[in-house]
Design a protein around this ligand. Structure first.
Ligand SMILES: [Cu+2]
Length: 498
């Protein structure tokens, strides 16, 4: 009964505003199982804000200076591994792109010490903040540009609530990864209580197949990311059957993303302007997250299964999309350039002079100025000689199973109909799904435990799972996540609860 009484005190909001999330979590006497049961049965849960989980990214830690929460945000060049065998040179914050999520409470005083370790000026804009002009982060217009090696200190009294973000206000820096989520938890916790709360930042990059540097001028994107990872490297969202779940999408790129959830109907409960009154929530299974917008969705995960959560633009459900690659095709008869390695079979690594992928030509994806142009120049983003390709794709030269540089495309024949070549529209451009693309082992992690073998062959681009697990499977996955003891685990706040 003691637990019950404590729960009711919490539910009634007694003293709720006085507690930070961490303090309240530490002092809440119920076991996680009891707490989840209560919240499921009542739909009006304990009066605390569920800490946010930013899969694959995590949080920016803070220290206290009297009553001020102090964050130290460092802009820097980062190596961001976006998928198996694919690491790009992005610009981000504190080791990742996107940068770590900042979580504060409404009413907090917040200081962000910003250090610029980039080779050019920068500054940080706080997207959606009703802040003072000197902290708005527009170089020269509202503050001095922060020079390489320089520092600027931002100060905020947090009076808003909702899903916000921070980013460089310089367009090319935005396009190379300089953004992060900034969550303002409300003083009065949202009702109904959500058992899980996730942030997913949506990004796209244009990176040529054998390169590491995003082409920030390009309008043709071939890597589509959630929290800095592309499917199947995205870490699934783990929830327990019956949990009420909130997902906050943040978009700071060049494309809009219709985010679609399988198996459930959700309500849109918040925007980049904060909470939507309940009377104005609208139901759906797809929410369009436009550029510079945030969209919060909530639903009760009442349908067990491994459900896809993904952008529904077909070209955003693929990796390595590039019109300069040509047909990715299969060994199926006469006239189809397949059946040999990537260089001979597809020509994608050949460097004949004056071709779009030639040795003497920075490939297109927006960068080339036209064949023969005197403005063409060698860049870190090209060109595509086989030798350079192999140097840039060392991770792809594993054992025979994943030796893509010397890949035998006859592997792809196994699931093709004998008359495939007689069927109009076969082979499709960039047809890449199938057994050859399975890489379950390469993306193995506790959160993937129990997925159907071969799952990874049909998950690419801006895709992940929300795994709605019955109690026994949920406990098993959570236990494996705990045993992994990963440093700076983005799931730490959830794992520490149990
Ligand atoms: Cu999309």
């Amino acid at each position: 009964m003691a637990n019950r009484r404590s729960f009711l005190q919490s539910a009634l909001g007694i003293g709720a505003g006085l507690f930070t999330t961490d303090k309240l979590l530490a002092s809440t006497p119920q076991t996680p199982a009891q707490r989840l049961k209560e919240s499921r049965s009542r739909n009006k849960g304990p009066a605390f804000n569920t800490p946010i989980v930013t899969t694959d990214i995590g949080d920016l830690p803070y220290t206290m200076d009297d009553d001020v929460k102090v964050f130290h945000l460092v802009a820097q060049a980062v190596k961001q591994q976006i998928g198996p065998n694919k690491t790009i040179d992005a610009w981000g914050f504190n080791g990742s792109a996107p940068g770590p999520t900042i979580q504060v409470n409404q009413g907090d005083r917040v200081r962000v010490i910003f250090d610029n370790q980039l080779p050019e000026p920068s500054s940080i804009h706080w997207h959606g903040f009703e802040d003072q002009i000197q902290y708005d982060g527009q170089p020269v217009i509202s503050q001095p540009a922060v020079k390489p090696g320089g520092r600027f200190v931002y100060e905020f009294d947090i009076h808003q609530e909702g899903t916000y973000f921070y980013h460089s206000h310089m367009a090319m820096q935005e396009m190379t990864g300089m953004l992060g989520a900034f969550i303002m938890h409300p003083k009065e916790p949202y009702q109904p209580h959500c058992d899980k709360d996730f942030v997913i930042s949506l990004q796209e990059y244009a990176v040529l197949p054998n390169n590491t540097v995003p082409n920030t001028m390009s309008m043709e994107f071939n890597w589509l990311l959630m929290n800095g990872k592309t499917g199947p490297a995205t870490t699934p969202l783990i929830v327990r059957l019956g949990d009420r779940v909130r997902i906050r999408f943040v978009n700071l790129g060049m494309d809009h993303h219709p985010m679609h959830l399988h198996g459930h109907t959700f309500y849109v409960t918040g925007t980049e302007g904060g909470r939507i009154p309940e009377t104005a929530w609208w139901p759906g299974n797809t929410v369009l997250v436009g550029v510079a917008q945030a969209r919060n969705i909530e639903f009760v995960a009442n349908n067990p299964g491994d459900w896809m959560l993904h952008c529904h633009l077909p070209h955003h459900m693929m990796n390595q999309m590039s019109s300069t690659v040509g047909k990715m095709t299969r060994m199926s008869g006469i006239g189809v350039p397949a059946g040999s390695d990537m260089s001979k079979g597809m020509g994608m690594l050949q460097g004949a002079s004056a071709t779009p992928l030639g040795e003497d030509y920075g490939p297109s994806l927006g960068r080339g100025m036209g064949i023969g142009s005197t403005s063409d120049m060698a860049t870190t983003n090209g060109p595509l000689s086989e030798a350079k390709a192999h140097a840039a794709m060392q991770g792809m030269q594993y054992g025979s199973e994943h030796n893509m540089a010397g890949m035998d495309m006859s592997d792809m024949q196994s699931d093709i109909a004998p008359n495939a070549n007689d069927v109009p529209n076969f082979p499709q451009d960039a047809y890449m799904e199938g057994p050859m693309m399975a890489m379950d082992k390469m993306v193995d992690r506790p959160e993937n435990h129990g997925l159907n073998a071969g799952w990874s062959q049909y998950m690419q681009g801006m895709m992940t799972f929300i795994r709605v697990l019955p109690p026994d499977k949920y406990e098993e996955v959570i236990s494996r996540m705990q045993q992994a003891k990963r440093a700076n685990d983005p799931y730490a706040s959830l794992l520490n609860r149990g």
